[in-house]
Design a protein around this ligand. Structure first.
Ligand code: NOJ
Length: 512
């Protein structure tokens, strides 16, 4: 059963480097997050996911952890983080940290010990081949870096050696089975990290590459799932309120493995890109694009409905505006299109996530890579608060900023949109406030498509509510029975008539 508090939760993802810098060194910090908690609360978000803020050489923006239990000095201290937990809780905001269980930095002391020639307690903490001339058949590996006469397997970048949770199918003498005591020790070490932060007040974890633990796992990820079920058992016994969201994008597997939520990420299998960022195919047919030549919500529903049916009793699917790994939705959608996309995301079941800055329509920027970001760097620029120095992000000098702020004259800011009724920011606030008011819009109420035809607007039910969205530039006539219902929320215009619902161009409505 997922944590009860998730029933009415909307997450805000913060990339700490770029949110708010309070000491003028050009990089965001934990005190900056604390300073903006009231803003987060006022937006209607009642939980945070903070990207890794641990000590790291930052070759992958902190996903290369050097010390799991220490806050990176550039963000502050452990005490700052504990204070952040306390201040967030005072405002009814929960905090998830990012757990990176699949790999560490090559500078982690475990790895340094593991690379030593003589056997020690960390020799099998990572995956090493038997000889220095021996590579691994089907996983990337590195040799020539350590005194140990073997090569080691990578989980992601070169700086991220894979932690050893064992092999589901052992084919070589150097591959250990999952129940080998050293593989169990890796799992216990990660549990120890979880206990550490949970006992200091964190509310759970977003788990990086959660499906990557056991190598040569079967298609169902059975061995990796068994590890997570064991972790869940620990949480249920020791921290029953803790929640976990997985980077897995296979909710049928992740939720059975004990996760509360699984992300519907931006990849082909999930069809998420068909909603708002269909940018990889020559023609943009994203559902929310006003001029999409062949819009079709079924491209998304074909996968989503199957997931939803199979996981309703287990936990939640998390839809997201974007994250630090994807281009921002503003890349392909204009603010009026974004309003409709967000209206849909924030009225769907499960637990939605909003990436910092998407609420004001921050742009994706073409920038040189920073800290292993590559194309992702353009979605990681400083939050745009107001039209002051560095758009309110930092008092530091502009060339010392982690990344440059958006230089355009019309760079969207919080200050410019605050109080402007039709702004994207106020639309997000209104949508989230509606979600908190109406139980039928929250995580659990049933979702059912009511009208979903290729090329048409989409109508759906949540519990007793009827909702419809028309992203097109012309009025839509939707053949659903809306008789006796009144709109309780609209973007654009809506009129309920006998046997049909009329939605104006680029409109959205919730009817009761
Ligand atoms: C997924 C994270 O979201 C991404 O930013 C990171 O580079 C990889 N996992 C490796 O940890």
């Amino acid at each position: 059963m997922p944590a009860k508090w998730l029933k009415d939760t909307v997450f805000y993802e913060i990339y700490p480097q770029s949110f708010r810098d309070t000491n003028g060194d050009g990089i965001g910090d934990l005190n900056g997050i604390i300073e903006k908690l009231d803003y987060v609360k006022g937006l209607g978000c009642n939980a945070l996911w903070i990207n890794p803020c641990y000590d790291s050489p930052f070759k992958d923006a902190g996903y290369d952890v050097r010390d799991y239990k220490k806050v990176a000095p550039r963000y502050g201290t452990n005490s700052d983080l504990y204070r952040l937990f306390g201040e967030a809780h005072k405002r009814g905001i929960r905090v998830l940290l990012d757990l990176v269980p699949g790999h560490t930095s090559e500078e982690h002391p475990w790895f340094k010990m593991s690379g030593k020639a003589e056997t020690n307690a960390y020799t099998n903490r990572y995956i090493w081949t038997g000889h220095w001339w021996q590579g691994c058949r089907d996983m990337p590996y590195i040799g020539g870096e350590c005194e140990r006469a073997a090569t080691y397997v990578l989980n992601f970048f070169k700086c991220q050696p894979a932690l050893n949770y064992g092999f589901a199918r052992v084919e070589q003498p150097w591959q250990l089975p999952c129940d080998h005591p050293d593989c169990i020790a890796t799992r216990e070490a990660i549990k120890d990290v979880m206990r550490f932060w949970l006992s200091h007040g964190c509310d759970g974890f977003r788990v990086d590459m959660a499906n990557s633990l056991v190598k040569y796992d079967d298609d169902q990820k059975s061995a990796t799932s068994a590890i997570w079920r064991d972790v869940r058992k620990m949480l249920d016994a020791e921290f029953p309120d803790a929640a976990m969201v997985s980077e897995w994008s296979a909710p049928k597997q992740a939720l059975r493995a004990g996760y509360d939520m699984d992300f519907c990420l931006n990849n082909d299998d999930t069809r998420y890109s068909t909603l708002m960022r269909d940018y990889q195919n020559g023609t943009d047919n994203s559902f929310f694009k006003k001029d999409a030549p062949a819009r079709d919500i079924n491209r998304f529903l074909e996968v989503y409905m199957d997931w939803y049916a199979d996981t309703r009793e287990l936990g939640y699917i998390s839809l997201l505006t974007c994250n630090h790994d994807t281009v921002r939705p503003r890349f392909s959608l204009a603010p009026d299109e974004l309003k409709l996309a967000y209206a849909f995301l924030f009225t769907m079941p499960g637990v939605p996530f909003l990436y910092y800055g998407d609420e004001i329509g921050m742009r994706y920027r073409q920038l040189p890579t920073k800290e292993g970001g590559y194309f992702r760097t353009g979605s990681r620029t400083p939050m745009q608060w107001d039209n002051g120095k560095n758009l309110g992000f930092s008092d530091g000098c502009a060339d010392s900023l982690y990344l440059p702020v958006d230089p355009s004259a019309d760079a969207p800011t919080v200050a410019a949109q605050e109080g402007q009724k039709d702004s994207l920011l106020e639309t997000v606030r209104a949508l989230l406030s509606l979600r908190h008011q109406e139980e039928d819009l929250q995580a659990d109420a049933e979702f059912q498509p009511a009208y979903a035809q290729p090329g048409q607007a989409f109508a759906y039910r949540r519990g007793r509510l009827l909702l419809a969205v028309n992203p097109a530039g012309d009025q839509a006539e939707i053949p659903v029975d809306a008789q006796g219902r009144r709109p309780i929320f609209t973007i654009g215009s809506a009129a309920a008539e006998d046997g049909r619902l009329l939605l104006g161009a680029q409109s959205f409505a919730v009817l009761k």
